[in-house]
Design a protein around this ligand. Structure first.
Ligand code: SF4
Length: 365
């Protein structure tokens, strides 16, 4: 299949690995900020093919994993209200809140439904005029255009029973926050190709200039990621700090201008809490005032919620790149995908789920 097979080609992988191995690389930390890249790295066992001096750090690139527990508790509170149909993507239903999960309240009688697109929630609103449909909108810049478009559609079709609980976050401020932190030294970043499809690459250039760090906008297949690592390593060795677009087949400098316009016609930038990272200034999207009649937080009374994380879960340290999933004492014992304690074990993009699913397989072959 074009644009897929050539990026999984074993011969190309071997050539790239040989090129990386031939470099005289000092110990370096390269962070990918994308759950899909993390999964490819683990699925194809790429870390094992690299020189020991290259340490890959799995950053906060999974939107489900960075959704704060307080927001999950708000979602659960809304889902339990009378006449509400609460909708979200499958992973969100299983994420543990401080006491419950959406799946558990569904089992207790709440009308919680898994959907594949915000348009499914719009359809439910049309089909159930006597119910209030709440859509839990999470994600990075990639999901924001469709979520914004759902609100525009609701306005255009004069829906009065459609509401959105927005927990949208933005990647550039999170990357800056990690680079501002003294906790970990990052030598290069693999920027998320999906996000850059929408945003373009300008923000990467600003960050690489300001922090003097190489950034490679990278795709999601093994060849993409190895190329991203090779480009990063060469820049580090030659003391350069440019932004390079490895994912040119999809990403452009300006990104998708129509998608950006759609996002900012409905949302405005706000401060937002990230699970494990705390509040990051200007890192979230909230619904603009002119669309407040679709804003679930402004139209429902939300019970006060307690937001205690399980103290044994080290998801925050994993999201900051300070620890790896298998450093967690609960990993694969008390915490598994069927019995998750923290969000990174639930989400299909979470680092803990990737380690669980692929490390075990790779250890067997
Ligand atoms: S293995 Fe489970 S408990 Fe440990 S950090 Fe990952 S999600 Fe949290």
């Amino acid at each position: 299949m074009k644009f897929l097979d050539e990026y999984r080609d074993a011969e190309k992988v071997k050539i790239l690995v040989d090129q990386i191995q031939s470099l005289n690389i000092p110990p370096i930390n390269i962070m990918e900020v994308c759950g899909s890249q993390t999964h490819t790295i683990l699925k194809y066992n790429l870390e094992e093919l690299l020189p020991a001096n290259i340490n890959l750090i799995h950053g906060p690139g999974c939107p489900v994993c960075v959704t704060p527990i307080g927001m999950i508790d708000k979602a659960i509170s809304l889902a339990q209200k009378k006449d509400v149909i609460f909708t979200s993507y499958g992973d969100m239903l299983r994420i543990p809140g401080s006491k419950n999960s959406l799946m558990k309240v569904k089992a207790s009688g709440a009308d919680v439904r898994m959907i594949y697109s915000p348009l499914d929630a719009i359809r439910l609103a049309k089909e159930n005029p006597d119910k209030k449909i709440i859509f839990f909108a999470i994600g990075f810049e990639t999901t924001a255009p469709a979520n914004a478009a759902s609100i525009l559609t609701a306005k255009k079709t004069k829906l009065t029973n459609f509401f959105v609980l927005s927990s949208q976050v933005l990647i550039p401020p999170a990357v800056q926050s990690l680079l501002d932190s003294d906790l970990i030294k990052l030598n290069a970043l693999l920027a998320p190709g999906h996000v850059c499809t929408v945003t373009g690459t300008k923000w990467c250039g600003e960050i690489s200039n300001h922090y003097k760090i190489p950034i490679t906008v990278t795709g999601f297949e093994p060849v993409d990621i190895l190329e991203g690592i090779l480009i990063s390593a060469k820049q580090i060795l030659s003391n350069e700090h440019d932004t390079v677009n490895q994912y040119k087949r999809v990403v452009t400098k300006d990104g998708n201008l129509k998608a950006q316009e759609t996002i900012y016609s409905v949302f405005e930038i706000c401060h937002r809490n990230w699970r494990g990272l705390g509040e990051i200034k200007n890192s979230g999207l909230r619904i603009r005032n002119e669309f407040s009649h679709f804003d679930a937080e402004k139209n429902f009374e939300i019970n006060s919620v307690t937001t205690n994380e399980d103290e044994r879960c080290i998801a925050g340290e994993i999201l900051q790149g300070l620890k790896k999933p298998n450093d967690c004492k609960l990993f694969s014992k008390d915490c598994t995908p069927t019995k998750p304690v923290g969000a990174p074990m639930v989400s299909s993009e979470g680092a803990c789920a990737a380690y669980f699913n692929y490390r075990k397989v790779n250890e067997l072959v």
